[in-house]
Write a protein of this length. Structure first.
Length: 370
């Protein structure tokens, strides 16, 4: 299961956001390091297509695809040198697939800011610097070990050193590792080091309720400008989502009907959490395909452009091993025709081979033999 780590300085709204996301009830008191051990919560990825498939197929169960969010202890300046929870924080973040970096973009005299005042651009730089310093240490230590082997002519060491040299050059220039242009065969080498700045980042601008419904203010605009101008080479791996964690916490305690009415009163089309989850899903380069039958309609997560055989493997390894073909129809055509039987009778089901690139929204039935 894919994991997104929620990080940031203390008292920026991380745990409040996590609580709203998962309704786990993690502590969110007003003091640094309130979160010590990371809290983990599983969150449904909202998808109206699954609701529609479930209704049309009249299946017994509706099973959505999910993501995990991990609430990681607040970082402070000097974490890479062991300040605050230092190494513990960095070890926790190494395990996640992407980073959701919460930045405070609201003023509240009752909530202490660890740096003394609100400045999301400064806060972003502090966290990015600490992650980069930790990566720099990791890369330099590994280079010390691999350089001798590379000089002796070991092919694997030579390839590894070339990738590490690229990472070192980027970090010394103050750039995150995710900006590096790598060949396809170099990516697995880099992935093995679990470098912090190699992970895609979703910046969450946490605003106050006074900033709704636009959910924008001078701080959020400055943050967007900084993200767009500082790292042009990594834009496909970075995104900014504006959200009000205080409002989301209120919404998470409401019944669905009450929640929708409240949103409409505020002039909002949907909860910010739905946008946040979708943005994280897109940032990770994921796609959704569906299966449907008498027992259940279900959404499945795959990496974009996965093959039909790989998609089958997400259901069961036997499906991939014994793959024969996939009977496929896209959601839009399925919705128009109304059912799997009607699609079959009308000759609308496509027969796709193992190398077919799955399209987001495909509904698939796998034929296999083991």
């Amino acid at each position: 299961m894919l994991q997104v780590g929620i990080v940031g300085l203390p008292n920026v709204g991380k745990s409040s956001l996590f609580n709203a996301l998962t309704a786990v009830g993690a502590p969110s008191e007003n003091y640094p390091f309130c979160t010590v051990e990371p809290n983990v919560g599983t969150v449904e990825v909202p998808d109206e297509r699954l609701d529609r498939i479930h209704a049309l197929s009249q299946t017994k169960n509706r099973i959505p695809t999910v993501m995990q969010f991990v609430d990681i202890a607040g970082l402070v300046e000097g974490a890479s040198q062991g300040e605050g929870l230092g190494n513990k924080f960095l070890a926790n973040i190494r395990e996640v697939d992407a980073i959701a970096h919460v930045l405070r973009c609201f003023h509240d005299p009752d909530v202490t800011h660890v740096m003394g005042g609100v400045d999301p651009v400064r806060d972003r730089e502090i966290v990015e610097t600490e992650l980069a310093l930790a990566d720099l240490d990791t890369v330099q230590r590994r280079l010390e070990k691999v350089e001798k082997k590379a000089k002796s002519g070991e092919k694997d060491a030579i390839r590894e050193k070339a990738v590490l040299d690229k990472a070192l050059a980027a970090l010394e220039e103050g750039r995150p590792v995710r900006e590096i242009d790598l060949a396809e065969d170099e990516r697995p080498i880099l992935k093995g080091f679990q470098l912090l700045t190699a992970k895609p980042v979703l910046y969450i601008a946490n605003v106050g309720e006074d900033d709704l419904p636009a959910a924008e203010n001078d701080w959020t605009r400055r943050l967007r400008d900084a993200v767009e101008h500082d790292t042009p080479g990594a834009r496909d791996q970075e995104a900014v989502v504006t959200i009000c964690s205080a409002l989301e916490a209120e919404l998470s305690e409401m019944a669905p009907e009450e929640r929708q009415l409240f949103l409409e009163e505020l002039g909002l089309k949907e909860a910010g959490l739905a946008r946040l989850i979708r943005a994280a899903y897109e940032l990770l380069g994921l796609a959704t395909f569906f299966t449907t039958g008498e027992k259940e309609s279900r959404a499945w997560t795959v990496h974009a452009e996965s093959t039909a055989a790989q998609a089958a493997g997400t259901i069961h390894s036997d499906f991939e091993r014994g793959f024969i073909r996939a009977e496929t129809i896209h959601f839009h055509e399925f919705e128009r025709i109304g059912s799997w039987k009607a699609a079959r009778d009308a000759g609308l089901l496509r027969s796709e081979g193992r190398d077919y690139a799955v399209v987001d929204g495909d509904i698939m039935l796998f034929r296999f033999n083991v």
